[in-house]
Design a protein around this ligand. Sequence first.
Ligand SMILES: [Ca+2]
Length: 493
Amino acid sequence: MVALLFLQFLAAGPLVADGAAEIAKIRNVLLIVSDDLRAGVLSCYGDPFCQTPNLQRLVSRGVVFERAYCQGTVCGPSRASFMRGRFVGRPGVTLGEHLREQGRYSARVGKIFHMRVPGDIIAGTNGEDVEACWTERFNSPGQEAHSPGEYSCLNLNIVTRAAENRQSTGDPHRPFVTVQTDGDGSAQPDYRTADKAVELLSGMGADADPFLLAVGFVRPHYPMVAPPEFFEQYPHRSMLLPDVPKGDLDDIPAAGRSGSNSVSTGLQKYPENQQRMWSGYYAAVSFMDAQLGRVLDALEQRQLLDSTLIIFTSDHGYHLGDHDFWQKSNLHEQVVRVPLVIAGPGIAAGRSRSLVQLVDLFPTVCDLTGASVPEGLDGRSLRPVLQNTSATVHDAAVSFVSGGHGLRTDRWAYMKYRDGSSELYDMDHDPGQYTNLSGKPEHAALEKQLEQQLRQLTGATDESSNGRKQNASRQGNTRQNPRRKQTQPTLDN
Ligand SMILES: [Ca+2]
């Protein structure tokens, strides 16, 4: 059945020579946002283990952006940024509001703007959602770490089936929780999100109003909850941990080091549990992918593939032991690089090396659906790349933490922190970011140029980045506490 649907899906999305004419048929947008999903764990970005057959359906008929970067590096700021098409903390109309003003239907299912995971998911509450963004909105509550089944808290080395005394929302333990659930997973929030998305799509058709359907999955964000069969695909002893050379942290300035690391969380004591973290993360990704498949099936069954732009991405990436770091809130490559796959009529399968940013999604949607483009967006339409994957839209991408900014150019990754410290990596020769070249005399001119480019793009000075952060806090766009260092692990719950 799966194979049959797969073939039908392929048949429904022919690669066309006349892309522009086909692209003009786009009326609808299906925006799918996974949570805390690092690009590198997906097979379309080279991972040898992780099974994501449904994302592969999109890959087989869409463009994979190999160098897509988030602007915010935790949930709240990133989501507020790309849903406004503006850099972190900048106010502006949201995508849904903008499309609604032009007569379109807009719906949210699950987490699109920031929701605390697991807090808002367990409570079934809206988090920092923007109500005006949506014609209708639907939450997908679930028991999360309290789901019946085998619970593990890996940094405390606790495994139990007992329902009582489970670490759920307390740091530093909650990021290291897995649950192999009893049952078929249908009580899980992402399953419910897919249920509702399928229901909404069943009411859509060729003659329905153009729609924006935003589907927000919460996995693989912790707790990593899925039925056992998803874990069994990834026996923990076969999981490969990132290489962390001796002295790896010595050349990373304090501002660049994650406060959530193997030592601070206690995970260092349990190397096998670090492998179990990978197993759990993969399991959560595959479970999310299964729900993605159900949504794609519904889109196909409603014969909406020929009129719908499909965007799959994540709010940011994730550290899984790289540099001994765990979680996010950091400017290193595993956090700032995100998965991005875009498919739709007139878009041929391919891969793009262009640097792109999540703030590009807003103007891309406007461009491809014929909506007007609001003034002052920070992104650019990706249409040139979708029509020709050798096109380039940016020569640099920027990312934000409360203590600094990151810049990614074709060859270099540069981080500048408010305390004056910096990092510089040659991504051609050191993609793992093991050797910080900042401060080396032979790179002084380059570093000066990158710093200037970063300031131009972000408008950053020490004062302005501080002011921007406070402005963002007033809008409720971020949960960042100005008195708390960005590198601490409690920013996003
Ligand atoms: Ca997130």
